[in-house]
Ligand binder design. Structure first.
Ligand code: ZN
Ligand code: ZN
Length: 269
């Protein structure tokens, strides 16, 4: 699997985009401002978008992408999300006030098809086996475990302390874990209230994770990236932990153990 990191920041700014991962050129995991990194040709290849939750940093690129490819698309785009998220998108985004309702446009073949997925559900799509993972966040949220013949990875979504996640991941043993650590240890209470992790909380959470795989940190608050990452590495030296980077491409292929996770090239932002 080729996973391109189009956006992985907790905010925006020069070179910073919000959560958007592109899998094998056709499947988007969240559609934040990282969608801006795609060319028209790349946007037209996207068939499926799996969404973790309705917060704007995870969906901002979706309505704009649909409008951009509207005249040229050949196939509908299938969206999968929790029922509450589908309802939120319909009521608050595709409501003709904020943006057109692309589930009915164009009339002969609407560009957008919405589908629901619940925690624990398994979705078979485009050759992937996708499981919705439990997440802890102030609005209905999931993470995703994605499996393919070549390997697997888990993405926590936006997620705070969550003891429901680890039994699943201990069982599934992903080749890679991407997890949200948004805040520094100085603001534990803010992290708790907003459903994100701090480095200390990550250390407590990982004590429940008995599988060792590379761990990539996402959703770091702009300006605090180095501080958060130094603290993670200080508290959890036994783990392979590093920050996810904008523009990197991860190759997840467990049939070649020596290169199970490879960094190849980068996009210039
Ligand atoms: Zn969120
Ligand atoms: Zn977020």
């Amino acid at each position: 699997m080729k996973l391109e990191i189009l956006g992985c920041s907790g905010g925006i700014g020069k070179s910073l985009k919000t959560t958007t991962f592109l899998l094998d050129e056709t499947l988007l995991i969240d559609a934040g401002t990282g969608v801006e990194q795609l060319t028209m040709t790349q946007m037209l290849k996207v068939r499926t978008v799996i969404i973790t939750h309705a917060h704007i940093d995870h969906i901002a690129g979706l309505p704009l992408m649909l409008a951009t490819i509207y005249d040229q698309h050949q196939h509908p785009i299938d969206i999968y999300a929790l029922p509450e998220v589908v309802t939120a998108l319909q009521q608050h985004i595709f409501n003709w006030t904020i943006w057109p309702d692309y589930t009915v446009l164009p009339e002969h073949q609407p560009i957008l098809r919405m589908h629901t997925i619940n925690v624990g559900d398994q979705l078979k799509c485009q050759g992937y086996d996708i499981t919705a993972l439990p997440a802890s966040h102030p609005t209905p949220t999931v993470g995703y475990l994605v499996r393919h013949d070549s390997g697997s990875f888990a993405f926590s979504g936006d997620n705070g302390c969550n003891d429901k996640l680890w039994p699943v991941l201990n069982h599934e043993k992903p080749d890679l874990l991407i997890i949200d650590v948004s805040f520094t240890d100085d603001v534990q209470e803010l992290a708790r209230l907003s459903g994100h992790l701090t480095p200390s909380q990550l250390a407590q959470e990982l004590a429940m994770f008995n599988h060792y795989c590379p761990i990539r940190i996402t959703h770091l608050k702009p300006g605090f990236e180095d501080c958060i990452m130094q603290r993670c590495q200080q508290l959890i030296p036994e783990r392979d932990i590093s920050a996810l980077q904008h523009g990197e491409t991860l190759i997840i292929n467990h049939t070649h153990p020596s290169s199970s996770l490879t960094l190849t090239g980068s996009i210039t932002l």
